[in-house]
Write a protein that binds this ligand. Structure first.
Ligand SMILES: [Zn+2]
Length: 247
């Protein structure tokens, strides 16, 4: 369900049944002359909307205003929007803290931007990872008081952690495409892989009439096809079943 359309009784059901609550996280960035600037975020939204048909999840309103950077193109006339990680982290912390206050304990952010480096991290995902951790510490200290971790009730902390059931799992970040997917599907910026995904998921965001072979990173887009994009979509859906499937 889309969060903005939920009634309070539906929100209470989602809390009681521990539905995954998912933030599509992304950027607005120049993706060549043939593709829309929202590509990275649209890829997350469109696959989540497909996954929602088979599972009970809450889709939060998307956050498009991440750190696109100007690595690909200067913003003048290109459309890239850059909000730095140092600005994003405080926003993310407030957002996650609010979601914890509401009662959600199964919160996820999914991102498709610079995620070839997801393990080490890049500014947008790092900012939201930090934000999640900060929000959890703050929430626990408020709810349980200082010394909550040292309290006797926490004696099973390490055992619970081994089962994946500790408070630090309340908020998780995921790349849209895992290293395994990237081994089987072209990962690029505005090239064959991303263009194919948009052709399959959101055709309105691609116009090959405007394709230009000038930039090295998007040259392979001329090979793009909806068929390839549908393969990518299916890899991503399988990954979503894995990371969002368990309650
Ligand atoms: Zn992209």
């Amino acid at each position: 369900m889309r969060y903005e359309l939920m009634l309070p009784h539906q929100i209470r059901t989602a809390i009681a049944e521990n539905w995954p609550v998912v933030l599509p996280l992304g950027v607005l960035e120049y993706h060549g002359e043939h593709m829309a600037v929202g590509m990275d975020t649209l890829a997350v939204i469109k696959t989540l909307e497909l996954y929602e048909k088979e599972a009970d999840i809450v889709i939060l309103p998307s956050f498009y205003y991440g750190a696109a950077s100007y690595a690909v193109a200067a913003p003048e006339g290109s459309g890239s929007v850059q909000v730095g990680g140092n600005q994003l982290a405080p926003f993310g912390e407030e957002l996650f803290y609010s979601l914890l206050r509401i009662g959600f304990r199964n919160i996820h952010a999914i991102i498709h931007h610079q995620t070839e480096n997801f393990a080490a991290g890049m500014p947008t995902d790092l900012a939201f990872k930090t934000a999640g951790r900060q929000a959890i510490f703050r929430f626990l200290e408020k709810e349980r008081g200082e010394g909550w971790w040292g309290n006797e009730r926490m004696a099973d902390y390490y055992a619970k952690q081994a089962e994946g059931d500790d408070p630090f799992n309340w908020i998780k970040g995921h790349p849209l495409m895992t290293p395994e997917i990237i081994r089987s599907y072209p990962f690029d910026h505005a090239g064959e892989g991303e263009t194919s995904l948009m052709m399959a998921l959101c055709p309105a965001a691609v116009d090959m009439e405007h394709f230009s072979p000038e930039a090295w990173y998007s040259r392979s887009a001329r090979e793009a096809s909806p068929e390839l994009g549908r393969r990518g979509r299916d890899f991503i859906l399988a990954h979503m079943r894995k990371v969002l499937g368990s309650r």
